[in-house]
Structures are given as structure tokens and as C-alpha cells.
Ligand binder design. Structure first.
Ligand code: PLP
Length: 329
């Protein structure tokens, strides 16, 4: 296990109870605000990158290459951390540049070298080509996989699990489950490993945001095997893929309305790509009776607010009361 990490995130992140929702569902529903880890470096990615970039510095790399969707939160957090640490940052982003906004805008401001590729082009192959070119130029680049979800980044959420256990003791509460969005698997892998390392029996419940349960289980087992080749059983891995809806970064009106309702009920903004889908999944599963054996339920808000694109914002505007504008004729 890695011992060294950077200390950049604002930790411990708070946990608080969602009072209205808890009363409505007759459960104690808590939220851990990992969206508070920072601003430029907000969300779950910073916990992973604290280990990954420590590893980069410890091993004498001067350049980082990483990848994600054009809206990637991981890419933005990497760009911000690299700027802070004086590491050159290359981002291979897949998608179409519809608008210069959100994470893409921030990454450019943060000085990252941005390569946008077609959705059909391999991110890994593009990163490999870039690495070879940079090495020819005398650079020493390190490639971080999508979401920093490998054995190194996963340490960030093993650590987060320790933090939850400490908070349980401070709050005098035991969580029956920890619920979260799964996008590249590292956050889930870390929490699951923390749970077995502490020999606790919590349910670690992931909600897939794009790929199937089987695809994510394979990916998570790969990460965990690399971390520890003595894991006896993976039987307790639990990933629900029933709430992917229209697919990665896509939302139905019903989903958008749910995000509006939670915002107005609890004062919390869920993002439309990750936390929104996962939290909706959690609420639907509670309503369906699938949490009947649980009382204290923890959800991790992993960030991602920059994921509200102009298109999604315009759709939400249609669902909200009209704004009164006296200047309009
Ligand atoms: C805001 C947010 N939440 C959750 C996730 C999922 O975490 P992971 O990639 O570790 O599965 C991601 C990234 O994929 C994210 O950006």
C-alpha cells in the first residue's frame, strides 16, 4: 500500500442528514459532501489524485497525460493540480466541442494542452502516441488512466472509508450502506476495499452511470487484484445498472425534475451525469422496498456540478417557473 500522498483536498468532508427526505422515506439518509473537497479541484477526483500526483512527483515525472469525456471532472481536477504543482498537463478529451464552457473552459484557463478526439477514436491509443512523441522531445510523461481509477488512485477512497469510520464514531451512528455513482470504478473499489479491510459488513452499493454491472465488476476486480492479490472473494461487489437511463451525460425530463425537487427540498444540487443518476437510483430502490433491512444510509456526493451544459440548463429552465424580467417588453 502507498503511504505518501499530497494534502490538497479540504478534508474531512462533512456528513449531514437530509431531514426532509429522511422523514418522507422513513429512513435516516445522510450525505457526505465530497463535492466540498475544493473548487477547481473539487469532487471525488482530488482524493485519488492526491496519491497519483504524489507518485508522479516521487518517481521524477515532469508531465502528465490523462483522458476522459469532454465534460470530464477528472480532467479538470488534473489540470488544476498540475498547474499547482508545476507539472505539464496533456488532456485527451473525447467528444464534440459544442460550447467552450464547464470543465473544458476551466482546463483551458488552467493551462492544460487539450487534444479533442472523435468519439470513435481510442483514448488509450491516442495517449500512447502522445507519450511516445513527448518522450522523443525529452519529456518524462506519466499516463493516468480515465478517472485515475487504478491501484494508485483507489487509495484515495480507501482513505475516505477510514474517514467515514472516524465520523461514525464522532456522530454516534453506524451506516448500513454507502451509496455512490460508478463511472470508472476507482471510488467504488476504494470504499469496498476499506470495508473488507476494516472487517465491516456494510453494503457498498454502486450505481452505474454508463456501462453494465458486469463490465464494471470486471473493471473493479482488475483494480483490486492489482492492489491486493489476496482478496478471498468478490461476492459482495454490488453495482446496480438500472438507472443509466438514456446513457452517459444524457437526462430525461423525469430525471431533471428529480434534480430540481431535491434542490428545492434539501438545498443540494446533484449533477446530471453522476450523482443525480445514483441518488435517484437510491431513492427509487428505497421506495421499492430494497432497503427495508437498512436504517442509516449514506450517499457520497462526488461533485460534478460543472457537468450542467448549456443544453441541460436550457431544458431545466423549461421545467421551472418563468423568471420575471421587467426589462422585457
Ligand atoms: C462527479 C463524479 N462522480 C462520480 C464519478 C465516478 O467515480 P469513479 O470514476 O471513481 O467511478 C465521477 C467520475 O467518473 C465523477 O466525475
Amino acid at each position: 500500500m502507498l503511504q505518501n500522498k499530497l494534502n490538497i483536498a479540504n478534508l474531512n468532508t462533512p456528513i449531514h442528514k437530509l431531514e426532509q427526505l429522511s422523514a418522507a422515506l422513513n429512513k435516516n439518509i445522510y450525505i457526505k459532501r465530497d463535492d466540498y473537497t475544493g473548487t477547481e479541484i473539487s469532487g471525488n477526483k482530488v482524493r485519488k489524485l492526491e496519491y497519483t500526483l504524489q507518485y508522479v512527483l516521487d518517481n521524477g515525472y515532469d508531465t502528465v497525460i490523462t483522458t476522459g469525456a469532454i465534460t470530464s471532472n477528472h480532467a479538470r481536477a488534473t489540470a488544476a493540480l498540475c498547474a499547482q504543482l508545476n507539472i505539464t498537463c496533456y488532456l485527451v478529451l473525447r467528444g464534440n466541442m459544442a460550447e467552450f464552457e464547464g470543465n473544458l473552459f476551466l482546463e483551458a484557463m488552467l493551462g492544460a494542452h487539450i487534444h479533442i478526439i472523435e468519439p470513435s477514436v481510442s483514448r488509450e491509443e491516442t495517449m500512447e502516441q502522445l507519450r511516445a512523441e513527448l518522450e522523443k522531445q525529452g519529456k518524462h510523461p506519466f499516463t493516468i488512466p480515465v478517472g485515475a481509477s487504478d491501484w494508485i488512485g483507489t487509495h484515495g477512497y480507501i482513505n475516505a472509508f477510514d474517514e467515514v469510520v472516524e465520523q461514525e464514531s464522532d456522530m454516534n451512528v453506524q451506516f448500513d450502506s454507502i451509496n455512490l455513482a460508478v463511472g470508472s470504478g476507482g471510488t467504488y473499489a476504494g470504499l469496498w476495499y476499506g470495508n473488507i479491510s476494516h472487517d465491516l459488513n456494510k453494503n457498498i452499493i454502486g450505481f452505474a452511470v454508463d456501462q453494465s454491472t458486469d463490465a464494471f465488476k470486471t473493471k473493479i476486480i482488475e483494480i483490486l487484484n492489482h492492489l491486493d492479490d489476496n482478496i478471498a472473494s468478490y461476492e459482495t461487489l454490488f453495482i446496480n445498472d438500472d438507472y443509466i437511463g438514456l446513457g452517459y451525460g444524457q437526462a430525461t425530463d423525469e430525471e431533471l425534475q428529480f434534480y430540481i425537487d431535491i434542490a428545492q427540498q434539501e438545498g443540494i444540487i446533484l449533477d446530471p451525469t453522476y450523482t443525480g443518476k445514483a441518488f435517484r437510483g437510491l431513492v427509487e430502490e428505497i421506495k421499492a422496498g430494497n432497503y427495508d433491512d437498512q436504517n442509516n444510509i449514506l450517499f457520497i456526493h462526488t461533485g460534478g456540478l460543472q457537468g450542467y451544459t448549456q443544453e441541460t440548463r436550457a431544458r431545466i429552465q423549461q421545467l421551472l417557473p418563468e423568471i420575471t424580467d421587467d426589462k422585457k417588453q
